[in-house]
Design a protein around this ligand. Structure first.
Ligand code: URA
Length: 230
């Protein structure tokens, strides 16, 4: 059993305060009867809750992939900057989705969100070591010594020690970088430590997931099979 207002929030109907107003307006029914009491206990397995006649689903674990454009910070709120939350479409706005890890403001590409706190903590745990593949444009040209230094585990300019990583030069000023950790500005700092400052960065893969043909600025929900792979 759970409170009706919580059920409505988890169904994405709105925030706590919006749900209060909606309940007062009499638009919600439980098993066909109008219900205005926010504290009413319901059993989502056996009872049907409707808003304006439409059946609501309650909590459903969701993982969403965004192809992040540059110019948005990875935060749930920010007083100055635009946040990645603004890129979620209205139907995903009230589901308590949180970014899994972070991408810098200037970095583009694959960013996941979830409303499942356990999954979130498991995926950002340093123990998990999920490989993430980045495409970088940078100054200079990566050579065999750089590849070897990445593979051995770089020491950054501030003495931070990195785990072994993969550097694949693609051509002059272009490389793929695979890292299994998520330190602050990690890829930019790794490349800078080898004299190759990054001018453009895009995350293309995270574990088994790739951006595929998801357009920049768009989101898509992961399937249950994809969530299991994570
Ligand atoms: N490494 C960076 O430097 N920036 C990112 O956004 C992600 C990885």
């Amino acid at each position: 059993m759970e409170r009706l207002d919580k059920f409505l929030c988890d169904s994405g109907v709105g925030s706590r305060s919006q749900v209060k107003v909606i309940l007062k307006s009499g638009r919600v029914t439980v098993d066909g009867r109008p219900e205005k009491d926010a504290a009413r206990k319901i059993d989502p397995k056996t009872q049907t809750v409707c808003l304006d006649g439409e059946v609501l689903g309650g909590y459903r674990r969701m993982v969403v992939m965004l192809n992040k454009p540059a110019g948005y910070v990875t935060a749930t709120e920010d007083k100055v900057e635009k946040t990645v939350m603004e890129l979620l479409p209205p139907q995903l706005q009230n589901l308590d989705l949180k970014p899994i890890g972070r991408l810098d403001k200037a970095t583009e590409g694959l960013l996941l969100f979830t409303n499942d706190g356990d999954l979130l903590h498991r995926l950002i745990s340093p123990k998990k070591e999920i490989p993430k593949v980045y495409y970088a444009q940078h100054e200079g040209q990566a050579g065999p010594e750089d590849v070897a230094a990445f593979a051995a585990g770089l020491t950054l300019r501030d003495e931070t020690q990195c785990l072994p990583a993969k550097l694949e030069p693609l051509g002059p000023g272009e490389s793929l970088i695979t890292v299994c950790e998520g330190k602050y500005h990690q890829v930019r700092r790794m490349m800078a430590s080898r004299g190759m400052p990054v001018t453009y960065l895009e995350r293309r893969e995270e574990g088994p997931l790739t951006l595929g043909d998801l357009p920049r600025g768009q989101v898509r929900e992961l399937t249950e099979t994809e969530i299991q792979l994570l």
